[in-house]
Design a protein around this ligand. Structure first.
Ligand code: COA
Length: 176
């Protein structure tokens, strides 16, 4: 299943520190993808501005090379004013030089391994801007499903982290 196929370079999620922050901030999507995702610098600023939503972010590394960035709302409180889902994939990008190598899928695998350690993580929600070049197909291919909801101008998707999803994709679930 899709969750099992990964690129050969070991894919890890690493903390962003003073030592690697500058190189992670250099990561860029293609110019035509800018409408679908904010960059690393603005994501880090958003994280600083919204601590109540429990932003949690990591750099995505293939071996020792930074290739992307991921940010979630990590157990957001029920009445949070910004993020309405407990576990929400807030930002994800793979630098244009490294797209199409399975790193996006492998990063989701790592993220889900982390979510298995988190309380009450029975689903991961995200939202995408639809249209030409949208990442919608990437998420559907992974196993996310549409919910029919909208979050501002974004279509809401959810990935159940339960036994049925685990049967279809052993990487995905269940969480503890
Ligand atoms: C979307 C993104 C994270 C995918 O990462 P990636 O490393 O290029 O994707 P992968 O190589 O892991 O692709 C996994 C599978 O999804 C497919 N896929 C990737 N991007 C896709 C897209 N935009 N539409 C449809 N399918 C897509 C791949 O063909 C691959 O399919 P396979 O199972 O047949 O091999 C990355 O392209 C990206 O950062 N895009 C720009 C920013 C963005 O849109 N981020 C998401 C914001 S919500």
């Amino acid at each position: 299943m899709s969750g099992l196929r990964e690129s050969s370079a070991e894919l890890t999620l690493r903390e962003i520190t003073e030592a690697n922050r500058a190189e992670v901030e250099q990561l860029r999507v293609r110019p035509d993808q800018d409408t679908f995702v904010d960059g690393v610098v603005s994501s880090l600023a958003e994280a600083s501005a919204t601590p109540a939503s429990n932003p949690w972010y990591r750099a995505i590394y293939a071996g020792d090379t930074p290739v992307g960035f991921v940010m979630i709302a990590n157990d957001a409180p029920a009445q949070d004013k910004v993020i309405r889902w407990r576990y929400y994939l807030w930002r994800m990008l793979i630098d244009s030089r490294y797209q199409g190598r399975g790193y996006g899928r492998a990063a989701l695998n790592r993220l889900i391994e982390y979510l298995r350690t988190r309380p009450g993580a029975d689903e991961l929600v995200t939202s995408v801007v639809p249209g030409e070049g949208s990442p919608l197909g990437f998420y559907l291919r992974y196993g996310f499903e549409t919910t029919g909801e909208w979050f501002d101008h974004e279509q809401v998707l959810r990935l159940p982290l339960n036994a049925e999803t685990a049967r279809r994709n052993p990487i995905v679930g269940p969480t503890g």
